[in-house]
Design a protein around this ligand. Structure first.
Ligand code: GLV
Length: 320
């Protein structure tokens, strides 16, 4: 019987091609929306491998209905949607797509820093509303980057790639990481280690780059939002759950911080009430890795992991 690979949403063809070449039977959820829980349960029932998206919840209950499953290949670097210990307990491998999305995500982070600082989305809305009458010395004044402090929380691959870019914009980089970088690595990305709350207090731009686990839910809560400078901007391309969005909305509304630029939300695709009405926030629909090149590489990587595990080899990118 051909081994069965289920893909929970259409992915770039580069990945499909690898699976076809390997001779697997491939099923793809064809509708352009997340699968419902019952659709997912049915899909994994007779699958040997599943390629999942960031929103697919893979837990013990789902796995109990998947007796043939050998691998869950997540099309993401984050694996917070997957219960890795539950997979391990059943001998199921979990893989992710590290490395290939680092530069794309760092590019998008820089784009959001610039969008917040220079009010890019506000300017775009201003023109579309027909309000652009003339050059104006006081129109939509933003904040320069030169000499400002970029605070980075989480200094893994993506945090370091952001730091490398930020240096070219004249930003001074202070970071917090559970295990600080070696002094050589800190020097290489021009970054100075500081305790978490000092980074929050000193940052003119505070950017989050740590993996999501329940321990860091609402890491940026009301108390820590209060520590931020009133002129500071909060940038998030990691996971929405890192921020208490309700408190963020209150802070943005009361102008207790200057602004925010967000690519991720705690309850995607829902936004916290009131967020969408604010001018001082730039909102993107989870696009960190969304370049053609990167998504093609992610699809290839997920497919290669499936091929390795179903052929009885070690996975290339085991997670956890
Ligand atoms: C996307 O959010 C990822 O984790 O790759």
């Amino acid at each position: 019987m051909a081994r069965q690979v289920f893909i929970t949403r259409m992915i770039p063809e580069e990945g499909i091609f690898i699976l076809q070449q390997a001779g697997f039977a491939i099923k793809i959820h064809q509708e352009n929306r997340p699968m419902t829980r019952s659709e997912l349960e049915e899909a994994v029932e007779d699958s040997d491998a599943v390629i999942t998206m960031v929103y697919d919840r893979v837990d013990a209950c789902l796995l109990d209905g998947a007796p043939r499953l050998k691998i869950v290949a997540n099309l993401a670097v984050g694996t917070d949607n997957i219960d890795i210990p539950a997979c391990a307990a059943r001998g199921i491998t979990v893989t992710n797509t590290p490395g290939v999305l680092t530069e794309a995500t760092a590019d998008l982070t820089m784009a959001l820093i610039l969008a917040a600082a220079r009010r890019i989305a506000e300017g775009d809305r201003f023109i579309r509303r027909g309000l652009f009458n003339s050059w104006d010395p006081l129109l939509l004044l933003g904040s320069g980057l030169q000499g400002k402090v970029l605070g980075i929380i989480g200094m893994g691959r993506i945090g370091r790639a952001v730091a490398r870019r930020a240096q070219a914009f004249g930003l001074k980089i202070k970071y917090y990481k559970r295990y600080p970088l070696s002094s050589e690595s800190s020097a290489e990305c021009g970054a100075e280690y500081m305790p978490l709350e000092e980074v929050i207090r000193e940052a003119d731009f505070l950017s989050l780059h740590l993996p999501y686990t329940p321990e860091v839910r609402h890491l940026i809560d009301r108390r820590r939002l209060n520590m931020m400078k009133p002129t500071a901007y909060l940038i998030n391309t990691a996971r929405g759950g890192h921020i208490d969005e309700k408190s963020l909305v209150e802070h943005l509304r009361a102008k207790k911080i200057a602004g925010a630029a967000l690519d991720v939300y705690e309850h995607e695709p829902s936004l916290a009430p009131g967020l969408i009405d604010l001018e001082n926030v730039t909102l993107l629909p989870h696009l960190g890795s969304a370049t053609r090149e990167t998504r093609a590489k992610m699809a290839e990587m997920a497919a290669e992991n499936v091929r390795a595990v179903l052929d009885g080899r070690e996975p290339l990118n085991p997670a956890g």
